[in-house]
Design a protein around this ligand. Structure first.
Ligand code: NDP
Length: 251
């Protein structure tokens, strides 16, 4: 956890960084913060109007011109990911950062009642889509001198909890996938891959999971950005295959 990290103002200058789920919540904050620190951000998500708002905010703040990439992980095919890689190759020739942030909660419900279609949907959005997207983008990441891939985890991806169903299982799969790929990339120090658990954060997803909770007791997406910046930028070079947290455990 690097909550006290002080990033250099131009930490991500000249870096091309793709953020999934960039229209809302933590992904929106990460896109704005990465652009504020100099990155050219590719805003990926399923709701174009939200991505356009983030685009406008980046432009208004004088950040490098971002790009919008509409994509819904449900229904996205290998071809979509390869077309994306081709477009990014043409536009930028490399990719220096990939924040897998898009996520779906599914339902908090006893396993006996879990709907199999919803289970598949959650696995598609939270792990299968991101894995195949990573495979398609690896050649571009390998073109970078210092690329960072971040997968978003959760406390229920490190210890199972009753009723969290597919969401918890998808986050365990995320942790496993990152261990496997980090091990494979051991001899490629220019590409690192880690998981980051944001911890309880004031977003729509958190409200759905804990409707009775007072949101003012939670850290905001902006509060947890120091660790997101540290892990995306050059100060974390050499860190790979690790499980990080964006905030200290709550009392
Ligand atoms: P939000 O629900 O606020 O945002 C999720 C983002 O993912 C939205 O931009 C959403 O798009 C996008 N998304 C959802 N489904 C798809 C899809 N099918 N295709 C493309 N994009 C999609 O959640 P948070 O910001 O809270 O969560 C961000 C990440 O952090 C997730 O991976 C979550 O699991 C994780 N996390 C969050 C915690 C918290 O306390 N908030 C705690 C632990 C982990 P749209 O806006 O169009 O719906």
């Amino acid at each position: 956890c690097k909550i006290d990290y002080q990033p250099a103002p131009k930490l991500l200058e000249n870096r091309v960084v793709l953020v999934t789920g960039a229209g809302d919540g933590i992904g929106r904050a990460a896109a704005l913060s990465y652009a504020h620190h100099g990155a050219t951000v590719i805003l990926l998500g399923r709701t174009i109007a939200k991505l356009e708002r983030v685009y406008d905010e980046i432009e208004a703040a004088g950040g490098p011109q971002p790009a919008i990439f509409p994509l819904n992980f449900e229904g996205a095919t290998l071809k979509d990911f390869h077309d994306m890689a081709e477009t990014l190759d043409k536009e930028f020739g490399r990719l220096d950062g990939l924040l897998h942030n898009a996520g779906l909660l599914g339902r908090i419900t006893p396993f006996e009642q879990y709907n199999p279609e919803l289970w598949e949907q959650v696995m598609q959005v939270n792990i299968n889509g991101p894995i195949w997207m990573t495979q398609a983008l690896l050649p571009l990441l390998q073109q970078s001198d210092d690329a960072s891939v971040i997968f978003t985890s959760s406390s229920v991806g490190r210890k199972g909890r009753a009723y969290w169903g597919a969401y918890s299982v998808s986050k365990f799969a995320t942790e496993g996938f990152v261990e496997v790929l980090a091990d494979e990339l051991e001899n490629q120090p220019n590409v690192r891959i880690n998981t980051l658990n944001p911890g309880a954060t004031r977003t729509q997803m958190r409200r759905s999971a804990y409707p009775g909770e007072d949101p003012s007791t939670l850290r905001t997406p902006e509060d947890i950005m120091p660790t997101y910046l540290w892990l995306m930028g050059p100060d974390s070079k050499g860190t790979s295959g690790q499980k990080l947290d964006a905030q200290p455990p709550r009392a």
